[in-house]
Design a protein. Sequence first.
Length: 238
Amino acid sequence: MQFHLSRSRASVHSLLLLAALAAPLSARSQIVADSTRHAPPSVIAPAQRDTARANTIESRAVRSVRLISSYQLERERLGELAGDSQVTPMSLRSVSAYITRVEPSSQQSGIFFPELELVNNSALPWSMNDGDLWAGRGLNMRLAGGFFSRLGRVQLVFTPEITHEANKYFALHIPEIERFPIPPDRSQWAFPWYVYGPYSVDMPTRFGDKSIGRLSLGQSSILVGFSKFQFGFANENE
């Protein structure tokens, strides 16, 4: 009995000694080198350059005005009428006016990040203040982006737009309502109730029977400033 007890104690002491010797090896194997402090410069430099480049692009982004969304302009119009001191008073709230009045004069250039508008009309066309886009029946798309640049008195805004309109067929009348025949000298797409007499008006219901896609100058402009006036050419909504 005594022999077996001493042997057990010896085994326990041996296990404790082996554990004490192995513990530093295990702890050392769990230590991971700092990837920033010990990484070679060739690994750190590209990440830092990418971050700096992203910060530079972000700082040049135009935030005072949007190319597509009209809700910002409507809010600022209402804010001006309500006496909001944070809103810059303007008669014409165009893209070029915002660049002139709101963007810092020290900023010589800026970027308009791409903006996308999708309009899906399931039954009838519905389109208001959508720039170059006429949102007929079906899926319609409008994509815009660009930049502005200042050189002395000259201010250039280049913001082209790409639009695509499904222009699907839709029924404009029901059998119970009389539809007047369209005269041969008028377009077959004319509004049939306004093609005769004093009520005649150039009001097309559709622009042909095919889908429409085009590239335009969008809200682009080129202006030259003199004192408090600007002269030039523009393709803007206002």
